[in-house]
Design a protein around this ligand. Structure first.
Ligand SMILES: NC(=O)c1ccc[n+]([C@@H]2O[C@H](COP(=O)([O-])OP(=O)(O)OC[C@H]3O[C@@H](n4cnc5c(N)ncnc54)[C@H](O)[C@@H]3O)[C@@H](O)[C@H]2O)c1
Length: 383
């Protein structure tokens, strides 16, 4: 009988535990920077990793880190009022950067400069300039910097890349991607420039871009014509007054991007709209096309069976590719485990900054083009 996901996970954790015990090696000392909502997923995953000890945490809000570790039943964690004081006082192997977007760059660069490996939440940053500085710090430090795109560990997402790599689509010339929600504007720190920097564009747009760009090998962007709007977020009809009054990021973005290799990327993303979905993701090649159904609540997954369109000996054939139920550890555990394994094995980051730098260049390009109201060129500095 096939094993359930939990059974596979238990077996995997037990094997890891035995390995750690057998090696007698010390556990990796980990700190968490920013103890808000997403840090909850990090702490739960770290608790399941037998070769990790979470020893420190930091949050700008007084008492928040202390309460966080207490709530999650993790004892003897030293708490700090900001990331700098934590990095100063502690000898850490690694940190999870779980802060809101505008402090991603500062926290990551400071940790890398201190010789600490970094697992950074998505999006990589707010601007391209910040992302470039992060890659510079990573190169100088020789440490692992991995960006937290857990959909990368979904077998269905990996299948998209396998299909492209198999050559069945032939040369790719056009991609449409994006997604969104009819209503789904987050609140808290996501809706203000001073904390989030960018809105739907960075929050869920980065996932849509990664879905297709990773599949085609992350070609560089050349130009972008971008558009952003904020109608729903600012509206007292569709948002709560306390949210509408402080909303100053995008809730919808669209762009037409030219990539190296003559590929066109047509993109749109929404936190809210008068529509169920702005369309499926499609990848058009000279030999075949692939449709990847959108999800209702865009969260970086495949919304249903993909369809491959081809001509076979003059006959048009549509092949439905069933959803892969791969069991095993959850995506978040895979994201955390792959980061830890890269540290232990001295291997490359599972989601490398060299790729996500390109993702960030596109987000940055869309935001700048939208502000200028015209198409712009995208130049990524050599790092
Ligand atoms: N991977 C995912 O599925 C996923 C899901 C949700 C959010 N995220 C990402 O996680 C990040 C955080 O989101 P959230 O919902 O947890 O936000 P949040 O606002 O709930 O938490 C962020 C916390 O970081 C703290 N902080 C900011 N700068 C700091 C610093 N210099 N030192 C110490 N603490 C600092 C804030 O005080 C806050 O408590 C965002 O970038 C978001 O895009 C990822």
């Amino acid at each position: 009988m096939a094993k359930t996901g939990d059974e596979v996970l238990n077996q995997f954790q037990q094997a890891k535990q035995e390995e750690v015990v057998a090696s007698g090696g010390p556990k990796l000392k980990v700190g968490i920077i920013g103890t808000g909502w997403i840090a909850e997923a990090h702490i739960q995953s770290f608790k399941r990793m037998p070769d990790v000890e979470v020893v420190a945490g930091a949050d700008l809000i007084p008492g928040k880190a202390e309460k966080f570790f207490q709530d999650w039943g993790v004892e003897n964690v030293r708490c700090y009022p900001d990331h700098k004081s934590m990095l100063e006082a502690e000898e850490l192997d690694a940190v999870s950067v779980c802060t809101y977007n505008v402090t991603h760059a500062e926290c990551t660069i400071d940790a890398l400069n201190k010789g600490v490996h970094v697992l950074l939440e998505k999006p990589m940053s707010v601007t391209l300039d910040e992302a470039v500085e992060m890659v510079k710090a990573e190169k100088k430090s020789g440490k692992v910097l991995s960006i937290g795109f857990q959909p990368r560990f979904d077998a269905n997402m990996q299948q998209i890349k396998k299909i492209v790599d198999s050559g069945v689509l032939g040369e790719i010339y056009y991609i449409q991607t994006g997604g969104g929600r009819r209503r789904g504007i987050p609140n808290s720190t996501f809706i203000e420039k001073k904390t989030a920097g960018i809105g739907a564009l960075g929050d869920i747009g980065c996932y849509s871009l990664d879905m297709v760009l990773n599949a085609i090998g992350y070609p560089k962007p050349l130009t972008v014509s971008g558009y952003t709007s904020d109608f729903f977020g600012k509206s007292y009809e569709y948002s709560l007054p306390e949210n509408a009054s402080r909303f100053d990021v995008d809730d919808f973005a669209a762009a037409f991007i030219r990539l190296e290799g003559g590929i066109i990327l047509d993109f749109r993303i929404a936190w809210a709209m008068h529509l169920d979905t702005p369309g499926d993701t499609i990848i058009l090649g000279k030999k075949g096309g692939l449709r990847i159904p959108s999800t209702e609540c865009w969260n970086g997954t495949v919304g249903g069976p993909m369809v491959l369109y081809q001509d076979v000996a003059g006959q048009r054939v549509d092949t439905v590719l069933p959803i892969i139920e791969d069991g095993g550890p959850g995506l978040f555990d895979r994201k955390i485990r792959s980061f830890l394994d890269a540290i232990i094995n001295d291997s490359p980051a599972p989601v490398p900054s060299s790729q996500i730098l390109i993702n960030q260049a596109i987000l940055d390009g869309i935001a700048r083009s939208a502000e200028l109201g015209k198409e712009i060129e995208i130049t990524i500095p050599e790092v």
